[in-house]
Ligand binder design. Structure first.
Ligand code: SF4
Ligand code: MSK
Length: 636
C-alpha cells in the first residue's frame, strides 16, 4: 500500500525535509507517532463523562454494550457529539461577544483605538434588527446594535428567538426551527443546557440529545453571524483586493510578524501600529521595514480587509517558523498549536500570546485589552524588531512559492459586482444563470485541515471537479487558505478549471465589475465566522425565489475538518437545509441511531443532511448529485 502524502503544498514539501534534517518535530511526525489511534475514540463509543468510567462499548458486540451507569453506544456517541458542538459554539460566540462589547464601548466613547468604519452597514444592521436607526446619532445606533446583540447572550425568555438568527433567516426556516424546538433564545444558555443535559444521569435519548446539539449549532450560527457583521462595522466591509499567499510572502529583509488566530480586534491594531513603526524596523537593519503576514483565520481577516498576504493555513503553521524568517508570531484565540513554542525554541522567533484565557507555556504574554490596545500592539512590534536583530541568517529558508489571490468577496461585494450588470435588480443575473443552468449550483467550502488526509488535497480535488461541473464556489477559513495558496483565487484558475458556462458567467460579471477578465474561480468570503456571509447570499436568493433554503441547489463541504467549531458549523449548515459533505470520518460511527439521524432523518426534518465521503472525487460526484436533485425539485 502506498504511503499517503502529507501535503500537496509545495512550500511545505520544500521545508519538511529541512525540518527532518534539523530534528524538528512537526504535526505530521506527532500524527504518525499517535498511530494506531484509539478505535473506541474513533467510533465515539468511549465515555469519560463521570469518574465511574472511562467506559467503552464493544463495537463487535462481544464485550460490554453499556457503560457502568447503563448508557448505551447511542447515548454515549450523541452526548460526545453534542458536547463538541457546545465547544464550537462557545468559541465562536465568545469571539462574537468580544466584538459586541467593543462596539458597545465605541458607542459609549470608551475605546479610543476603535471607530465605526462602516456607518452604512451599521445602519442597515439596525434596520434588520428593527431598531429604527433613522435620525439617530451613529454612536447611539452602535450602542443599540451592541445591546441587541448582547441580548442574545442574556435573554431568559425561552420563547423569544435570538435576534440575529431570527432576522437573518427565511420566514419558513424560522418557523421550522421554532416547530422543532431548536431555535436558540440565548447563546450562553443553550451551551449551558447542552452541558447540563449531557451530565451523568440526564438525557439518555440519542435523538433528543441531537436536537439539543442542533440548537447548540444554531447558537453557534448566531454568534458567528453577529461577529462577522459587527467586525465589518468596526473594521470595514471587505471588497475585492489582490494579494499573495503561501510562505513565499515572507521577506528576508523585513521584520516578519505573523498574526495568527481569529479575532480582528487584535490583528487590526497590530497592523495599524506596525505601519507607523516601519522606520524603527529599518533602523534595526530591516531594509524593507515591517512585513505583516497572516495565518489561519486571522490571516483571512487581514487579507480580505487590508490585502495583507496570507502565509499559510492551519496544518502548516509550524512551517512558518521553520522558514527561520518569522520574527514574531502573535496569537490570540483558537487553532494555535501548542507545539509552536517548541519549534520556536530552535529559532529566534518570539511567540506572543495576548489573551488572558489563551496562554502557552514558553510564550511571552502581552495582555491585550481594548482600552490599552495601542500600547500592547506597540510592545508586540518592539519585541518583533528585537527578535529580528537576533535572527540567524544561516537558518533562513523562505520557500520561493507564492500565488496571487483575489480576496474579499463579502455578500455586499458580490452584490456590488452583480449590480454592474443590473443596477435595479442585482440578483437577477445570478438567479437567471442558476435557472438556465449556466451555473448548476453553489458550493460553500469551509473548515480546517487534518493530518488524517493529505493537506489541501481534498479541497483542491473537489473544487476542481465542481468547477468543471459549472458549480460556483465560495470559501472560508483554512479552506480559503488552501485555495489562496494553491492558485484557485485567480482569474487564470477560472480560465483553466471552470466549465464553459460557468466561465462565461464569471467573465461577464468580472468584466462588468472592472476586473478586465473573469472573477476568480473561488470567491474568498473570509474566516470561519464569515460562513454567515454565504448564508446571507443564500437567504437573499431564497427570498427572491420565494422558497426556503432547503430547496436551493446549494451545498457545503468541509473536506478536511478537525475542530469543534467545524463540527458546529457543519451541523448548523444541516439545520439550515444544506446537503453538507465531510471528508473525514466523524467520531459517531459507533451509533447506528446517530448516523441514521444525521445522514437520513435530518433530511426529513430539516432538508439538510450529512454526506460522509473520504474520497475527494466521489465526494464531488455526490455533491453534484445533491445539486441535481435540488434542481429537479425546483423544476429547473
Ligand atoms: Fe461510564 Fe456512564 Fe460514567 Fe459515561 S457516564 S463514564 S458511560 S458510567
Ligand atoms: S482557523 S477552525 S483550522 S478553519 Fe478558523 Fe482553520 Fe478550522 Fe481553525
Amino acid at each position: 500500500m502506498s504511503k499517503m502524502k502529507n501535503t500537496i503544498d509545495p512550500a511545505v514539501n520544500y521545508l519538511l525535509p529541512l525540518a527532518k534534517k534539523a530534528g524538528i518535530e512537526t504535526v505530521w511526525d506527532r500524527f504518525a507517532a499517535m498511530k494506531p489511534q484509539c478505535g473506541f475514540g474513533e467510533l465515539g463509543v468511549c465515555c469519560r463523562i463521570c469518574w465511574k468510567g472511562p467506559c467503552r462499548i464493544d463495537p463487535f458486540g462481544n464485550g460490554p454494550q453499556r457503560g457502568v451507569c447503563g448508557a448505551d453506544a447511542n447515548t454515549i456517541v450523541a452526548r460526545n457529539l453534542a458536547r463538541m458542538i457546545a465547544g464550537g459554539a462557545a468559541s465562536h460566540s465568545d469571539h462574537g461577544r468580544h466584538i459586541a462589547l467593543t462596539l458597545l464601548e465605541v458607542g459609549e466613547g470608551h475605546a479610543p483605538a476603535y471607530r465605526i468604519k462602516d456607518e452604512q452597514k451599521l445602519r442597515s444592521i439596525a434596520e434588520k434588527l428593527n431598531l429604527a436607526p433613522a435620525d439617530k446619532d451613529i454612536r447611539q445606533v452602535a450602542k443599540e446594535v451592541a445591546l441587541a446583540s448582547l441580548e442574545d447572550y442574556s435573554r431568559q425568555n425561552y420563547s423569544i428567538p435570538c435576534n440575529w438568527t431570527k432576522s437573518t433567516m427565511t420566514a419558513e426556516r424560522v418557523d421550522k426551527l421554532l416547530d422543532l424546538g431548536i431555535m436558540p433564545h440565548n447563546i450562553d444558555a443553550v451551551i449551558a443546557e447542552i452541558m447540563a443535559r449531557t451530565h451523568v444521569g440526564c438525557d439518555a435519548d440519542a435523538a433528543n440529545i441531537l436536537l439539543g446539539g442542533l440548537k447548540g449549532a444554531l447558537a453557534d450560527y448566531n454568534g458567528m453571524c453577529l461577529s462577522t457583521e459587527l467586525s465589518d462595522v468596526l473594521f470595514g466591509t471587505p471588497e475585492p483586493v489582490v494579494t499573495t499567499a503561501n510562505l513565499g510572502v515572507l521577506k528576508e529583509d523585513a521584520v516578519n510578524i505573523a498574526v495568527h488566530g481569529h479575532n480582528p480586534l487584535l490583528s487590526e491594531i497590530v497592523c495599524d501600529v506596525a505601519l507607523k513603526m516601519n522606520e524603527e524596523a529599518k533602523k534595526a537593519g530591516a531594509k524593507e521595514g515591517i512585513n505583516i503576514v497572516g495565518i489561519c483565520c486571522t490571516g483571512n481577516e487581514v487579507m480580505m480587509r487590508r490585502g495583507i498576504p496570507l502565509a499559510t493555513n492551519y496544518l502548516s503553521q509550524e512551517m512558518a517558523i521553520i522558514t527561520g524568517a518569522v520574527d514574531a508570531m502573535v496569537v490570540d484565540v483558537q487553532c494555535i498549536m501548542p507545539a509552536i513554542t517548541g519549534v520556536a525554541e530552535c529559532f529566534h522567533t518570539e511567540i506572543i500570546t495576548t489573551m488572558p484565557v489563551n496562554k502557552i507555556t514558553g510564550a511571552t504574554h502581552i495582555e491585550f485589552r481594548e482600552d490599552s490596545a495601542i500600547d500592547s500592539a506597540r510592545k508586540i512590534v518592539e519585541l518583533a524588531i528585537d527578535a529580528f536583530k537576533r535572527r540567524d541568517r544561516r537558518k533562513v529558508n523562505i520557500p520561493d512559492y507564492k500565488q496571487t489571490a483575489i480576496a474579499g468577496f463579502s455578500a455586499e461585494a458580490i452584490m456590488a459586482a452583480l449590480s454592474k450588470i443590473d443596477a435595479k435588480d442585482p440578483l437577477k443575473p445570478l438567479i437567471d444563470n442558476i435557472i438556465n443552468g449556466n451555473i448548476q449550483g453553489i458550493a460553500l467550502f469551509a473548515g480546517c485541515n487534518n493530518p488524517r488526509t493529505t493537506h489541501d488535497n481534498n479541497f483542491m480535488t473537489i473544487a476542481k471537479e465542481l468547477a468543471k461541473n459549472n458549480v460556483l464556489i465560495l470559501a472560508t477559513g483554512c479552506g480559503a487558505g488552501t485555495f489562496a495558496k494553491n492558485g484557485l483565487m485567480t482569474q487564470e484558475a477560472t480560465e483553466a478549471y471552470a466549465g464553459d458556462s460557468l466561465k462565461a458567467v464569471l467573465t461577464t460579471i468580472g468584466k462588468a465589475a472592472g476586473l478586465n477578465g473573469p472573477l476568480p474561480l473561488v470567491l474568498h468570503m473570509g474566516s470561519c465566522v464569515d460562513n454567515s456571509r454565504a448564508v446571507n447570499v443564500a437567504v437573499t436568493i431564497a427570498n427572491k425565489l420565494g422558497v426556503d433554503l432547503d430547496k436551493l441547489p446549494l451545498v457545503a463541504s468541509a473536506p478536511e475538518f478537525m475542530s469543534e467549531k467545524a463540527v458546529a458549523i457543519g451541523t448548523w449548515a444541516v439545520a439550515l437545509g444544506l446537503p453538507t459533505h465531510i471528508g473525514i470520518v466523524p467520531q459517531i460511527m459507533g451509533s447506528s441511531v446517530v448516523v441514521e439521524f444525521l445522514t437520513e432523518k435530518a433530511k426529513d426534518l430539516l432538508g439538510g443532511y450529512f454526506i460522509v465521503e473520504t474520497d475527494p472525487k466521489q465526494a464531488a460526484a455526490k455533491l453534484v448529485a445533491a445539486i441535481k436533485e435540488r434542481r429537479k425539485g425546483l423544476g429547473i
